[in-house]
Design a protein around this ligand. Sequence first.
Ligand code: HSE
Length: 440
Amino acid sequence: MKPIRVGLLGLGIVGGGTYAVLERNREEISRRAGREIFVTMAAVRAVDLERAREKTAGRIALTTDPAQVVNAPDVDIVAELMGGIHPAKELVLQAIQQGKHVVTANKALLALHGNEIFQAAHERGVMVAFEAAVAGGIPIIKMLREGLTANRIEWIAGIINGTSNYILTSMRDRGVSFEAALKEAQALGYAEADPTFDIEGIDAAHKLTIMAAIAFGIPMQFDRAYTEGISRLTSKDIRYAEEFGYRIKLLGITRRTTRGIELRVHPTLIPQKRLIANVDGVMNAVLVKGDAVGATLYYGAGAGAEPTGSSVVADLVDITRMATADPGNRVPHLAFQPDQMHDDVVLPVADIETSYYLRMQAFDRPGVLADVTRILADLDISIEAMLQREPVAGEEHVDVIMLTHQTLERQIDRAIAAIEALDSISGQVTRIRLELLGSA
Ligand code: HSE
């Protein structure tokens, strides 16, 4: 059979990793794919031309004009590995219009414009594959779309941003400052071009949006995701959480409830004994709960050249195998047939239901705890555990930490407002959500 020819948009970390994996494992990959797959051309920025020539040893055509790759007659699959929204979106749509299949690692593009892109691909009868867009080298898209297809998926909880996990791990284990840990992650090539995407939970929300769409058969709804990052977390809270037997992780959580879909990214206390609580450094992990299979956990490198390249190449192989199949017989882009998608409501954060860690600074005098617990009781919020530190010499107030049972976020909002209004409480109450992530 004729070889499949790939054009790369971008030959940076992901593009370079993809090229290297394809070259090194060429023979084994073609034994699996049934056809040879090779890169014919790549578009790079002018400043990167020399480095690209070295990386590819002059074996492929290089251009600084990405449209040339999209329009090239000897390119069957366009792999968009440049990132960003523009011109990536226009190039992907152009490739689709030309009847070319597309592989993309671009989570922001899919989370924001996936509905339009998949619609265009469906109409044109081409495939858009995106394994590398979520959790780097972990084949989580394949799992959600195919491996778990028998299940009604109930919830997903994932550590899906390596940079923030690296920062949290370094702060906890090595006492490294937030800034120093971020610098290290950037030097290792894990952080986004704009690192606020990593530390403010935006990158994780992009990936979560994509997983929720596939898990529940809903359109991409990034604008409805609740996003809170790790930049306001203190090492004090990390330490207190440990005292209660919990770790704090930046989790992306999506859950199907009778009232709608929860779609949220935020720092979360999880019991130390859960496997996912022990996923450290830049590693990623995704916990998926299906009604038939129970809880399943997928772990691996969430970023980096060859792990992400591994996912891109898997998509290239999938497309190669399915290229001649009738479009109606292919795996649907978002796991559900396009006419079977549902428009379930994504709940505002006030309507989510979870447990909470609350830390407050109380003046050390009689009746303070009674006031706080009365507020919680009046709102029907049950306390699971409580800790009061001994007063530090010279300090007027003491840290009081409470863990609550599950309640609606709007109830906790009310409780926090009432607690903060007490004369005996100083400053703001720190609230961190808590998930048990049990399999029940
Ligand atoms: N910035 C991302 C991370 C890269 O840190 O996980 C992979 O998407």
